[in-house]
Design a binder for this molecule. Structure first.
Ligand SMILES: [Zn+2]
Length: 207
C-alpha cells in the first residue's frame, strides 16, 4: 500500500449511496490486511440487520465476520490492544462520538477503515460521516448507477413505490419501503403535502 504510508495511524473513509459497493470495498481492504497478517477487527452496528448480525455482507454475497455493536462504547470495550486495523461498516448508524474514538485510534497508530452512507435519503449529511470525511487522510467516494445510466450519488427512498417525504420518519411501520441509487437530477425528496395519503383510511384491515 504505497499510497498509504502515513506517519503513525490514519483514517480511510469509503462513502457513497446504497448499492455503490462500499461493503465490497471494505471487505477487499480488510482481506488484503489479513493477507499481510495484520491483526484486524471488524465492527458493524447491530441495527443493520439486512442479512444477519454477524457478517458484513455485500450485495454480491461476500461476507466477512464482523462484531455487531450496539454503540460506540461497545467498540471501545471490544477492542484488543494488539489490533492494528479497525474496520467499521455502516458507520452512519453510529453516534457522533464515533469521531472521537476514530481519532483516538488513528492517533495511537492504528489504521482505521470506515464505510458508510455519506448522505441520508433526504440528501443531507448522515450521522458522524461528514466529520469523518473531513478528518480522513484517504477518502473514496463510490457511486452506483441511476436508472438513467448516469452515476448514482444519492439514495432514493421509496415508500409504497413513491418518493419519501422529507418529514417521513426513518422507521415507518407497516409501509413497504425500498431504496435505489439516483443521480442528483433524479433524486426526489417530497416537501409538499402528499396528494394521496400514504395510508388511506380503511374501515378494517386484513390480518
Ligand atoms: Zn439519473
Amino acid at each position: 500500500m504505497l499510497f498509504y504510508q502515513f506517519g503513525g495511524g490514519w483514517l480511510e473513509v469509503i462513502a457513497g449511496p446504497m448499492f455503490s459497493g462500499k461493503s465490497e470495498e471494505l471487505i477487499r481492504r480488510v482481506t488484503r490486511a489479513l493477507i499481510a497478517r495484520h491483526k484486524v477487527q471488524v465492527f458493524k452496528p447491530a441495527i443493520d440487520d439486512r442479512y444477519d448480525l454477524v457478517s458484513v455482507a455485500s450485495h454480491d454475497g461476500r461476507t466477512l465476520d464482523a462484531e455487531p455493536v450496539e454503540s460506540v462504547a461497545a467498540i471501545r470495550d471490544k477492542l484488543r490492544p494488539n489490533t492494528r486495523v479497525v474496520a467499521i461498516d455502516e458507520a452512519q448508524f453510529l453516534s457522533n462520538d464515533l469521531v472521537e474514538l476514530v481519532l483516538e485510534l488513528a492517533d495511537s497508530g492504528k489504521r482505521v477503515l470506515v464505510a458508510g452512507l455519506d448522505l441520508d435519503f433526504r440528501g443531507e449529511p448522515f450521522g458522524p460521516m461528514p466529520e469523518l470525511l473531513a478528518q480522513a487522510e484517504v477518502v473514496e467516494k463510490l457511486t452506483a448507477i441511476c436508472g438513467c445510466g448516469r452515476a448514482g450519488t444519492r439514495t432514493q427512498r421509496l415508500i409504497s413505490g413513491q418518493p419519501a417525504h422529507y418529514d417521513d420518519p426513518v422507521i415507518l411501520v407497516g409501509a413497504s419501503e425500498s431504496y435505489e441509487p439516483r443521480c442528483r437530477e433524479h433524486h426526489v425528496v417530497l416537501r409538499e403535502e402528499r396528494a394521496v395519503p400514504l395510508f388511506p383510511v380503511q374501515s378494517s384491515s386484513a390480518g
